[in-house]
Structures are given as C-alpha cells and as structure tokens.
Design a protein around this ligand. Structure first.
Ligand code: SF4
Length: 399
C-alpha cells in the first residue's frame, strides 16, 4: 500500500504537545517531511532510535556552525542544476523532492525557500554535456530523481543516452529506503530501467541505506525488482553519530547489502552543513569504526572507501599512524592534485579536513622538488581557501 506523506509534525501522534512546540523553530528553519511507511520503522519507545534520528527533527539542529553549501557546489555549477567538478563526471540535480527529508541532509538548501539549485535548466545542461566530450558519465541526483514520474525519468535518461560520449548514468536515490512502494510493481519505472540496461550500457542506482533496519522485506523487494530489470546497485552512506557510528551496525548493514548483491561504495564523513553538527563523528574515530567494521565483513564490504567530500575534491581517509593521518585525493577539483597524498599530524577532534593544521607532507605523482614542512593547509589550498571565506559567509545563525 502506498504510504501517506506527512509534512506537519503536528500530525505525529507519537510526539507530545510539548515536544511538538519545542520543535517548531527547527521545522520553521529546516522543513520536516516524512511518510507513514518510514515513520512505521521507528521504535517510539526509544528516544535514541536511529531511524527516529534520521527523520524526526531535533533541537540540536539549531546549534551554531556549518555552511549551507559545505562542499562549495556553487563553485562548480556551470548552469542551473548542473555541476561539473571532476572531468569525466557531470552531476545533474533534477528534483527538489525526496521520500523524506533526512535531518543530516548536506543539500538541505534545496528544500529551503527561494532555492532553485535542483530545478535544472535542462536545455542548457544538456547543451553543456553535449559540448564537453570529456564527460563520460552523468550522476542524476537532487533531491531524489525517483520522485519524478517515470515518463519524465525516461525522457531524461533517453536524452542523456543519445549523447554518444555519455557511457553510463547513475541515479542517486533513497527511495528504496524511504518508500519502496514507489518501486515495487511500478512497471512504468521498471520498464525504464529495463530499456536502458543493456549488455552495452548499464543504469546504476546508488542507494542511501544508512541503517540495517531500513533493509525491510519491502525494501528488499524493491531492490530485487530493480536488479531483475537490469540495474546495477551500490550503496553509500554518511557516517552518522547515533545512527551508524558503530561497527556492529555498519557490518550488519554492509553484510545485508552484500548478500543482495549490493556492495557498499562510499562512506562519507558527515559534511559541516548547517544543522548537522549533532551527527558529526570525529574523522579518526570514524576511521577506526570502519576498520573494525571490515573485520566482520567480506572482501566485498571492504571495498567501501571512507571519503571526505571536500571543496577541493574527494579525499579518501587512507590510514592512521601513531602520529599522523594520511589522506589521498580520490577525485581532485584541480588537475595538479590528482592522486595527491596529504599527511597531517593527527587531531582526534577533527571533523573536517580544515581542522588539520599541521601538514607533514604532501606529494602528488606530478610533484618535483617540494618542501612540505614549510607549508600549511591554507598555503596548499591557496585559492580554495579564499573561496571558503566568502562561502562561509553563507553560514546561517541559529534562531
Ligand atoms: S535523500 Fe539525500 S537529498 Fe534527500 S534529504 Fe536525504 S540526504 Fe538530502
């Protein structure tokens, strides 16, 4: 049965009148949106229930700090709804709606008034992609693309598919977790997947399961129907305090997904977005949790990478030594940083790359002579640091 969508916390019968009143300033700032299926997964007896943390607002969201656009997506937006940060990949934001609003959303700006970042100018976006032959794949995201009617999804995919240099597409979606009923038996949608999943080209789905309790029988049916239609599915999740910052929880999630043929892909460090500090786990603690998780998982789950989606690129957290932490650019915004390794003195309280201030070494395959000890992160980041200063002015003050 299709769930009912709920946009007003006053409709939540499990919250007391006092709780609802306390949450008013939160939902005025960051909208609440959920559905009866997902709300049904909450154990309301447990105030720290992980599913509750994902979807129910909390007053901790009003804590100071963070930016509206912490990865500086605006800097790489080439026309409305289209970002191009890494040569071969274009990111198309196609929807302002999701099956629910995650309280830790790093793109929560798109749910706010007067923001049209996820309302694409498709004509311009497609013209840009056509004109940039280095783009060989398009990541379709939002919001959630599966909130669009199948007809629109088909039109979009079919247009992208007609561009010869676009070799494959990925759809980023949390719908299998938020509302699997939108997929189960939805022949129009499954036909689209079938049509664009051939032996030559595959349609990828990057799902967003954050906790093993989201892997319900309905979610598994939805995933299985997508796979039967030819989709290749991988999963990514941020590391979230009080949700999945525990190796037992993560290994259960990874093993559950791997048994369905869905290997875990990225595990993201929670971005310093406004309202998100309550979910943030220190990077070094997160690394240790992921290493412990790998002890209980197969080689498939070990393929996941712990990633910081920084404004300068995607950095993998590679290793800790007694004194240092080692990062490597998995994707770099600047060509000269491709494959660059950064070594910093450890900082157990760091929750973002910028919290590491003492650089020990920086090396990229393209480097020649280099005196790392004279450089600090701010020197290394150069122009990007200036961008950040301007960007941080967007930070919202708490109400
Ligand atoms: S599904 Fe993704 S875009 Fe939608 S609210 Fe959650 S984190 Fe944000």
């Amino acid at each position: 049965m299709n769930p009912r969508y709920i946009t007003d916390i006053n409709m939540l019968e499990h919250l007391s009148k006092e709780e609802k009143e306390k949450l008013e300033p939160v939902v005025e700032k960051y909208p609440f949106y959920a559905n009866t299926y997902y709300l049904g997964l909450i154990d309301w007896e447990d105030p720290n229930d992980p599913i509750r943390r994902i979807i129910i607002p909390s007053n901790d969201e009003l804590r100071n700090g963070g930016a509206l656009d912490p990865s500086n997506e605006r800097r790489y937006t080439v026309c409305r709804g289209l970002e191009h940060k890494y040569g071969p990949t274009a990111l198309l934001l196609v929807s302002r709606a999701c099956g629910g609003v995650c309280r830790f959303c790093f793109r929560k700006r798109i749910f706010m008034m007067d923001n049209d970042d996820a309302v694409p100018d498709l004509k311009e976006a497609l013209k840009y992609i056509r004109g940039h032959r280095e783009i060989n794949n398009v990541l379709i995201s939002g919001g959630d693309p599966l909130m669009l009617p199948p007809k629109r999804i088909r039109r979009l995919i079919s247009t992208l598919d007609s561009i010869p240099h676009v070799r494959f597409m990925r759809i980023g979606t949390k719908i299998p977790a938020y509302n699997p009923h939108r997929i189960i038996g939805n022949q129009d949608l499954l036909d689209v997947v079938r049509e664009f999943s051939s032996s030559e080209k595959k349609l990828y789905f990057v799902t967003d399961f954050n906790h093993p309790r989201e892997l319900t029988s309905q979610a598994k049916r939805a995933l299985s129907q997508l796979q039967d239609a030819g989709a290749v599915i991988t999963n990514q999740t941020p590391l979230l305090k009080g949700v999945n910052d525990d190796e037992r929880v993560l290994s259960e999630l990874f093993n559950g997904l791997a048994s369905m043929g869905i290997p875990p892909y990225y595990v993201f460090q929670c971005r310093p977005t406004v309202g998100n500090s309550t979910f943030s786990v220190p990077i070094e603690k997160g690394y240790s949790i992921l290493e412990a998780t790998k002890e209980n998982t197969s080689g498939l789950a070990k393929r996941s990478r712990f990633i910081i989606s920084h404004r300068t690129g995607k950095l993998e957290v590679c290793a800790l030594t007694g004194e240092n932490i080692i990062f490597k650019y998995h994707n770099a915004a600047r060509e000269e940083d491709t494959g660059r390794v950064l070594v910093f003195r450890r900082n157990e309280n760091a929750t973002w790359l910028d919290d590491y201030t003492e650089m020990v070494e920086s090396f990229s395959p393209g480097d020649t002579a280099f005196s790392a000890k004279q450089r600090r992160l701010s020197d290394f980041l150069g122009a990007a640091t200036t961008e950040r200063t301007a960007h941080e002015q967007e930070t919202l003050s708490p109400t």
